[in-house]
Design a protein around this ligand. Structure first.
Ligand code: NI
Length: 156
């Protein structure tokens, strides 16, 4: 297990779409183990594989003690609305409010390739949505209320 370097906003890799995981092998497990280490080393609540430079559809989350690895996640149900502050380990020194569904249900596979479903509200829903966005090359700074401020600052 090792702490990997977190890819930062401005790197085009974060804008690419991640590819589905096809083999649930040792390479994937090493990646997931390193993602946990990297996330905790940076005090994060969630991390997508692309953030350590791997364009695969894998995320880890730890929200209020609920830890999960979601491979090829697919949000299949959304309900309600919730606006709250987000940050991202790939976006240093910035936070912004983002509108997300209040409740979500997500289907995914675990590290051995077994399917499961998870439902979450509030922060858990927010975290899953944020990480799933990463797999599409979307960052929360595209959606937050103060995004103009971010992109203005970035152009300087
Ligand atoms: Ni993020």
């Amino acid at each position: 297990m090792a702490i990997r370097k977190v890819v930062k906003e401005g790197d085009e890799l974060l804008r690419k779409k991640s590819k589905p995981v096809k083999t649930f092998d040792r390479e994937l497990w090493n990646l997931l183990d390193d993602m946990w280490d990297t996330m905790y080393a940076n005090d994060g609540m969630g991390l997508a594989a692309v953030q350590v430079g791997i364009l695969r559809r894998a995320i880890v989350i730890d929200v209020n003690g609920l830890k999960a690895e979601l491979i090829n996640p697919e949000i299949y149900y959304e309900e309600g609305e919730d606006i709250d502050e987000e940050g991202c380990l790939s976006v240093v020194g910035f936070n912004g409010n983002v509108k997300r569904p209040y409740k979500i249900k997500v289907r995914a596979f675990d590290r051995y390739g077994f399917p499961f479903a998870l439902e979450g509200e509030k922060y858990l829903a927010r975290c899953v949505c944020h990480e799933c966005d990463h797999l599409e090359g979307i960052l929360y700074i595209d959606k937050c209320d103060n995004r103009n401020e971010y992109f203005k600052r970035r152009r300087k």
